[in-house]
Design a protein around this ligand. Structure first.
Ligand code: SF4
Length: 587
């Protein structure tokens, strides 16, 4: 049984072993580092084998909270928000996007529990103190040292500042520092008047943020007087006659993985104190879905390769979801041998799949040991038969179809594949996973059926589940108007866009050179977007966060110029800080 960072034993791990943990974070359209703590803690917990499976979702990236539950393979899921405060995101945005409030069609046929945010846990207080001691070079924390816990805060939402205040109060009680203050970027008391709040000669700043993003790298140091603008700074730095130390954000601390387990255990046991919960302890949901349940034998077969060695084949596994099995059958019905090399990535494997009538003949070839190939977006999937008769699969960029293994980087873990495809050929961040910018030069060999599905979903999150739903006629499509109407904060203004403005957004975002998904959503019921759909491999069932961002920009800055270049998301003007939100920021 794991032990939490605060020294307490966490709840029974037995229910967790049959549960999928979903870690939800903020993410970014501009900075790959925003999601790093989410992935790092997920990797740690996969290695520990505490949960049946560990999934991640991001507000600004894929898979979104809207999509992640449809990829869950177990009956039970626990969602833990990797956010700092019990505020706007954790109480409103994330539950709404997960569909936990009953506003949308449930995505799993089982139980989903929603935990309290990580940042409000008492154990984070220990992390703050340890971080302060480490950066100041004194783990025992001597005299004449002040501690400033710096959080985002906003005067528009009282909960945003509450976590920092609570941690500061606890540390004050411990009498470890001469002075302890909670300071904020966006409300009083401000980190901009840092030295006014301390009489000590030395002050250590600990940023109460999840990620090493722009706030931590630039905004806090600039406001505290450590750096001019977004320039470099030394640690420690003299500020108004005081020596100021600056620690890393708490969210990147490895012990946050323990806090995530504790939050999940609380939710599983129903022992969450409820003081900062967004929802009732559990939300039972029963609805048909393309996902389907694992049977009990599959449930007991732990996913030892879920994110471990891709080529591990001690027990070749088949996909455990109906959508995964459908996908594998479709792969096996693919073109034989090198014929697939001529297949266009635009070949739509949809309900009207032109290859479907040939499935029986192709399956016969497969059983006789034939090699099959398919393209999926920019991926090439190849299947072949091993000497023991089992099927094995390989994944690579379709542009590398003729490359020898020696010419490619072999990726043996899903996390290596994930990190590789988060950036393009030039190493630039790819916030839109379905952008036609997948890097070349790698391959993943020796995949069994289950791991192939996981690998494809690592490159193109949630696409198999949506594609399978489309094939069986159950894809849930949400049009622009319905998506816009549920938005809050800085995105509520997108509801003001009329159809012609949305047409312009679609012309810049949902087109061949910007996205490989096939848009299925329209402006509204009975009012289509006046832009032809691209012939993408997999469907897009609702406007993504990128389109909402471009829509928001068009409200603020005017409609996009028709025929403009595909959007460069790295240059987008959006402020991830959400400073203009009327609800605040609880990252
Ligand atoms: S909304 Fe448009 S850009 Fe976003 S995933 Fe769908 S098709 Fe692609």
């Amino acid at each position: 049984m794991p032990e939490g960072v605060s020294g307490r034993r966490v709840g029974s791990s037995a229910p967790l072993a049959s549960t999928t943990l979903v870690i939800v974070g903020h993410g970014s359209h501009h900075d790959a580092r925003s999601a790093t703590p989410v992935y790092a803690h997920a990797d740690t917990l996969r290695d520990r084998d505490v949960f049946a499976d560990v999934r991640t979702a991001l507000w600004k990236e894929a898979p979104s909270p809207r999509s992640v539950l449809r990829t869950v393979e177990t009956d039970n899921a626990i969602v833990v928000p990797l956010f700092i405060a019990a505020g706007y995101f954790t109480k409103e945005v994330i539950p709404r996007e997960l569909g936990l409030g009953g506003q949308s069609t449930p995505d799993v046929d089982g139980t989903v529990r929603y935990a309290s945010p990580v940042g409000t846990h008492d154990a984070v207080t220990d992390v703050i103190v340890e971080r302060a001691g480490r950066v100041a070079g004194d783990r025992h924390l001597g005299d004449d040292l002040g501690l400033a816990i710096v959080a985002h805060g906003t005067e528009r939402n009282e909960n945003s500042a509450a976590a920092a205040r609570a941690h500061a109060a606890r540390i004050r009680d411990w009498d470890r520092f001469d002075e302890v203050r909670a300071l904020y970027l966006d409300e009083s008391p401000s980190v901009g008047t840092l030295t006014d709040h301390f009489a000590t000669d030395e002050v250590v700043l600990v940023p109460l943020f999840v990620a090493e993003g722009r706030h931590v790298r630039a905004d806090v140091p600039a406001a505290a007087g450590l750096a001019e603008g977004s320039g470099d700074y030394a640690v420690p730095t003299d500020v108004d006659g005081r020596r100021v130390w600056y620690a890393g954000p708490v969210g990147t601390d490895p012990r946050l993985a323990d806090v995530i387990v504790e939050r999940a255990s609380e939710a599983a046991a129903g022992t969450d104190n409820g003081s900062d919960r967004a929802l009732a302890p559990s939300t039972d949901r029963h609805a048909s879905s393309a996902n389907g349940r694992r049977d009990s034998s599959e449930m007991n077969r732990r996913d030892s390769t879920a994110d471990g060695a891709l080529g591990f084949r001690a027990a070749a596994r088949e996909p455990t979801t109906r959508s995964g099995r459908t996908f594998l059958r479709w792969i096996e019905a693919g073109r034989r041998g090198t014929e697939a090399g001529a297949a266009s990535r635009r070949s739509p494997p949809s309900a009207s799949d032109p290859e479907k009538p040939r499935a029986t003949a192709n399956a016969r070839r497969t059983r006789s040991g034939g090699r099959v190939m398919r393209t999926w977006g920019e991926l090439q999937v190849a299947g072949s038969t091993l000497a023991d008769g089992s099927r094995t699969y390989e994944l690579r960029h379709e542009a590398d179809r003729g490359a020898t293994p020696a010419a490619l980087d072999r990726l043996d873990r899903l996390r290596d594949l994930r990190d590789r495809v988060r950036v393009d050929e030039q190493g630039e961040f790819r916030p839109l996973r379905s952008a036609p910018t997948l890097p070349t030069g790698w391959y993943c060999p020796g995949l069994d059926g289950a791991t192939l599905v996981r690998a494809v979903e690592t490159v193109y999150p949630a696409t198999i589940a949506d594609w399978a739903r489309e094939r069986e006629g159950s894809l849930d499509v949400t049009n622009f108007r319905a998506t816009a109407d549920r938005q809050t904060g800085i995105y509520d203004r997108v509801a003001a866009l009329d159809r012609s403005a949305v047409d312009a957004v679609v012309r810049t975002c949902c087109v061949d050179d910007a996205c490989l998904k096939r848009r299925r959503w329209e402006y509204d019921d009975g009012e289509a977007v006046d832009v032809p759909r691209v012939n993408g491999s997999f469907p897009c069932h609702e406007p993504c966060s990128m389109v909402l961002e471009r829509a928001r920009e068009s409200v603020v800055d005017g409609a996009p110029v028709e025929g403009a270049d595909a959007p460069n998301w790295d240059d987008a003007t959006s402020d991830d800080v959400d400073r203009s939100s009327s609800r605040g920021d609880d990252r």
